[in-house]
Each structure stands twice: as C-alpha cells, then as structure tokens.
Design a protein around this ligand. Sequence first.
Ligand SMILES: [Zn+2]
Length: 165
Amino acid sequence: MKLPICELCASSGTLCSGCSAKLADGRLTELDVKISALLYKMKDKYNLNDADFTKAIDLGRVVLVLTKGDVGKLIGREGKVVAEISQEVGKKVRIAEMSGDVRKTISDIIMPAKLLGINEVFSMAGTSYKVRLPSSELSHLPIDLNSLEKALYSLLDSKVSIVFE
Ligand SMILES: [Zn+2]
C-alpha cells in the first residue's frame, strides 16, 4: 500500500520526525494523515494492499483524493471505500487519477474554472510552475486563490503561482 506518510505513522497514529517535517512545510496536510490512517485501518477488510493514495486536496465542498494507481481500488466494491473516506472527512469525496500529465491533474483540480496554460519556470531555487487562467475564470475557482496555491504546492512539490491574464 502506498501512502504519503510512512507505514509506521499510518499504523500508530503519531508522526515520526520525517513525516512531521513534511507536515510542517506543507508537503503533507492533516487531511493526508487522516485519510492515510483510515486506509491503513481498512486495508485488510477491503483488500487495499496494492492501493495507492498519493494526496488529498480539500476543495471546500468536495475532497479530491488523488491516486497514481488504480482509481477503482480507492472507490472499492459498491463504492464502499470512498463512502468510508467520505464519512471520515465529513465531505463528498472524488477519486481521481494523478497522471504524469500535470496539466490534466491541475485541470481536474480547478474545475469548473478553465485553464489557459502552465509554464514551468526554472531558476536557482528549483522548478516552479506558473498556472495561467483567463481573468474571467476567477469566480469559477472551487476554492480561494491562497488555498489553491497551497494545494498545488503540496501536490507538485514546487512553488506555484496562479496568474490571471
Ligand atoms: Zn513517518
């Protein structure tokens, strides 16, 4: 089972120094920890040993759960796994595949706002992303700008700035 926190942390419910550091700098969120612990607890009951949970993103009314593996695993037979996640976080949950295609993943997240384009910016500090949206789309974002930038940062492990054109 692949989780954003280590197996020891998922089983014990307390975070080791490595996972705590990730939580502190925003690469990991409380929501990721909560869902990881839940999936770990459910792994035998729902046969989740080869499931992959990459990251959860809180989009306000909906929580987006991203997987690099099989989407069906996290939905579960008759939707039982996704139903338990939904109950745990107290919100609707949507499972989506996180492909290598950053553009597609970001499009999924900012829905129903439309994406104009993404630029990768290389600098001494590392790679960052400039996510470009038409200014008419500002009101269509699922969450506020600041939260969205944070969510994208934790997702891409790189600084993200959202610009309206
Ligand atoms: Zn850990």
